[in-house]
Design a protein around this ligand. Structure first.
Ligand code: GDP
Ligand code: MG
Length: 451
């Protein structure tokens, strides 16, 4: 996706060190990449300065693997890491908490342009709060379009959450009365779904200000459509000037938008991004994680998310032990089996591969059928079955397994197997090959009589 960023990385590949010239050239590519991702140009400048200072200031490790056997980071990877870190820093700190009112019902006011996703996000938040065990009320404060009230009522019905609506009344009065009723009914949260306009206008801002000073909501969330790209900054600024925004929700990130708007909005308003809208349905609301969005802005996929998944299941000590065993040559089939299981417990291969930046590795998006084949979980299952069919001795010494395979197949194949070469093609089609042996072992396991 991100040509500029890939170019930057390639520019650094094979370079001995990150000299100022080299960094400057790479940063030009990164600049292009960020502008493509809809980051506003002033924010881009700020980012580039931060990265350059970091890249020059840090001692760079040169080789992939040193003579002492220790693994070091290559300059291009180091540079990627610095960029990623700088993005995370600029978008952070993370704060996805909701402010609570000192006493009584807590207000959440949703504001934003028309079509940005206010009503949808109101429903998503209500669902989330409800799941956490809170009592929630929705308020239809967008009275100008009858369809808007109906839309909220439908959401409320689906969630089993009360909706306060009074068509034709003044939105300020509606919000005030709704708050009173919510308090009386012992609600924990009241969510105000306000009106939007196609562009920022004064009448709208005045109305929102009046609602704010009438109900004093503990949270005011600006909802912004990530697809509007660079315009997000002006919109965010306009709302921030008039209202005490407490956070931002960026929606429609399930589309093509790379999400650079998040960076610009944070830079322009200083307000934290709270949640991300990842689809139209009510469960598609995610807590904001700068690491994930940073990877996306750089066009690297959700690498960090993947690393986190991995850390969840891999016992670090075990990993270090494995590495030592591998280097020492005593890495057995049992260890290998353990690793396969680890990979399987992380979810399907397809899910995993979706998170990897495969497109950027191969210089473009991979064809779907290639991805599907590579992600075929059945290959893993087969391998696991084969290993499970081995005896304990064979697992420790796979050579024994190969020898038995050789014995139980025809001589021509046995010879090949012992030499560990792959047989080209059976001359006698009825001859048993090593694959047949493996198949039979696999079938034995499948029947439940393995080992
Ligand atoms: P509002 O005018 O601000 O209240 O916006 P709506 O909540 O009515 O949303 C406008 C349109 O955007 C609707 O068609 C929603 O289904 C859609 N929408 C809202 N959030 C998302 C999202 O995160 N992803 C996608 N793909 N669509 C969304
Ligand atoms: Mg709406």
């Amino acid at each position: 996706i991100s040509k500029g960023f890939r170019a930057a990385r390639e520019r650094l590949t094979g370079k001995g060190e990150l000299s100022e010239d080299v960094i400057d050239a790479a940063l030009k590519d990164v600049r292009l990449s960020l502008l493509e991702a809809d980051v506003e140009f002033r924010t881009v400048k700020k980012f580039l300065r931060a990265v350059k200072a970091k890249a020059l200031g840090e001692e760079v490790q040169l080789v992939a693997k040193g003579k002492d056997g220790k693994v070091r980071v290559r300059p291009e990877d180091h540079f990627v890491h610095i960029c990623h870190e700088a993005l995370v820093e600029l978008m952070g700190p993370v704060d996805t908490s909701l402010a609570r009112a000192n006493k009584g019902v807590t207000g959440i006011m949703m504001v934003g342009l028309q079509g940005s996703g206010k009503t949808t996000t109101t429903g998503k938040l209500a669902r989330k709060l409800q799941k956490e065990g809170h009592k929630v009320m929705l308020v239809a404060a967008d009275v100008y379009r009858p369809a808007a009230i109906h839309q909220l009522q439908v959401l409320g019905e689906r969630l089993g959450v009360p909706v306060f609506a009074r068509p034709g009344a003044n939105p300020v009065d509606i919000c005030r009365d709704a708050t009173e009723q919510a308090a009386m009914e012992g609600m924990d949260f009241v969510l105000y779904d306000t009106a939007g306009r196609l562009t920022v206008d004064d009448a709208l801002m005045e109305e929102l200000e009046k609602i704010e000073s009438s109900v004093h909501p503990a949270n005011i969330f600006l909802v912004i459509d990530a697809m509007i790209g660079q315009d997000a900054v002006q919109t965010a600024k306009a709302f921030d000037e008039r209202l005490e925004l407490t956070g931002v929700v960026l929606t429609k990130l399930d589309g093509d938008a790379r999400g650079g708007a998040a960076l610009s909005i944070k830079a322009a308003t200083g307000k934290p991004i709270k949640f991300l809208g990842m689809g139209e349905s009510l469960d598609k609301l995610e807590d904001f994680r700068p690491e994930g969005l940073a990877g996306r802005i750089l066009g690297m996929g959700d690498l960090v998310g993947l690393m986190n998944d991995f850390q969840d299941v891999v016992d670090e000590e075990k990993a270090a032990e494995d590495a030592e065993k591998m280097l020492g040559g005593s890495f057995g089939m049992d260890d290998f089996l353990q690793q396969i299981k680890t990979i399987q417990s992380m979810g399907s291969m397809k899910d995993l591969m979706d998170k990897m930046p495969l497109g950027s590795l191969f210089g473009g998006d991979l064809p779907e059928e290639v991805l599907e084949q590579a992600a075929d979980d059945r290959e893993l299952v087969k391998l696991e079955a084969m290993i499970q069919s081995m005896t304990k001795k064979e697992r420790q010494d796979p050579e024994l397994f190969l020898q038995e395979a050789a014995r139980s197949t025809t001589p021509a194949h046995a010879k090949l197997t012992r030499r560990k070469k792959r047989p080209k093609k059976a001359k006698d089609p009825s001859a048993l090959g090593p694959e047949d042996f493996v198949e039979s072992r696999v079938r034995r396991v499948a029947r439940g009589s393995g080992r």
